[in-house]
Design a protein around this ligand. Structure first.
Ligand code: BG6
Length: 275
């Protein structure tokens, strides 16, 4: 089954597209320039993930803590969410989506939960995802907002804000510590033990992108580089140069335990500045 077209939103200087499928923010452009990256050809088939924009990884990240869960990155990105509210003001449009067990029954079997996702597009982008335990059984989950940023050439981009942070290098399996800014010189797949604020400097596009997060323990930095993108059926061979994922999450040992009646939010904001 092919997906319905995404919703088109115009708000101030920005244009956005968002699919109800996955509550997936697919496009966000500011003054006609793409801030988020989207692949040239993505699957638009129900049951398959979209590549680009902001996929939601929940209730696990990658193959999960046990390393053997499917689908990769959980059910949220391949489930139909419900748009419960859309509020338009002069420069901002705010959409609220919800996901419940009836929409993704295999996500946390035996548990009762509510996920609420607020997307506000305008001159900046504000995303807030809240997980509530509305049942009587405790559970835990991993979460990531898997943002794909559009960059001029990833080989010339630098990411400030992670100096001194410990990270798991998922390419080598080793734990390391960041020195200075992050630059991309090979396949990069890192889970940093820090979140908060990072600044992405992109000389080719002549802009700096500030990412601010709250409620996240981890920043994930991902670029597949040459060989991995060739091995991925959807990636065009040259497309890896134009993207960099800067994800905010609570993954691996930072999975979130949630008792009955508890809620926890994660926020992710993007602002673009021309230096
Ligand atoms: C990143 C992971 O978040 O997502 C990578 O750290 C993974 O390991 C990447 O390859 C893309 O995942 P997917 O399932 O969208 O191809």
């Amino acid at each position: 089954m092919t997906l319905d077209a995404p919703r088109l939103v115009h708000a101030g200087r920005s244009v956005a597209e968002i699919y109800d499928y996955g509550a997936h923010l697919w496009r966000w452009e500011l003054d006609g320039e793409a801030v988020l990256w989207t692949i040239r050809q993505t699957s638009t088939e129900h049951g398959k993930p979209l590549r680009g924009g902001v996929p939601i990884c929940w209730p696990w990240f990658g193959p999960g803590r046990s390393g053997d869960l499917t689908p990769a990155h959980g059910f949220a990105r391949i489930s139909d969410w419900t748009l419960t509210e859309m509020v338009e003001s002069s420069n901002t449009t705010a959409l609220t989506y919800t996901l419940r067990p009836v929409d993704a029954p295999q996500a946390l079997p035996g548990c009762d939960w509510l996920v609420t996702y607020e997307v506000s597009v305008g001159d900046s982008l504000q995303l807030t995802l809240t997980v509530s335990n509305v049942g009587e059984v405790a559970f835990s989950y991993e979460l990531a907002l898997h943002t794909y940023l559009a960059v001029g050439d990833v080989r010339h981009v630098s990411v400030a804000g992670l100096d001194g942070a410990a990270y798991l290098d998922k390419v080598t399996g080793r734990r390391e510590r960041q020195t200075g800014d992050v630059t991309i010189t090979a396949e990069t797949d890192r889970v940093y033990d820090r979140s908060g604020e990072v600044l992405v400097s992109d000389p080719e596009r002549g802009r700096r992108t500030r990412i601010s997060t709250q409620g996240a323990a981890n920043t994930v930095v991902w670029n597949p580089w040459i060989a991995k993108s060739r091995a991925m059926p959807d990636f065009g061979d040259d497309e890896w140069t134009g993207m960099l994922c800067i994800e905010a999450g609570n993954v691996l040992e930072n999975a979130v335990p949630l008792g009955p009646g508890d809620s926890r939010s994660l926020s992710y904001a993007v602002e673009v500045a021309v230096p």
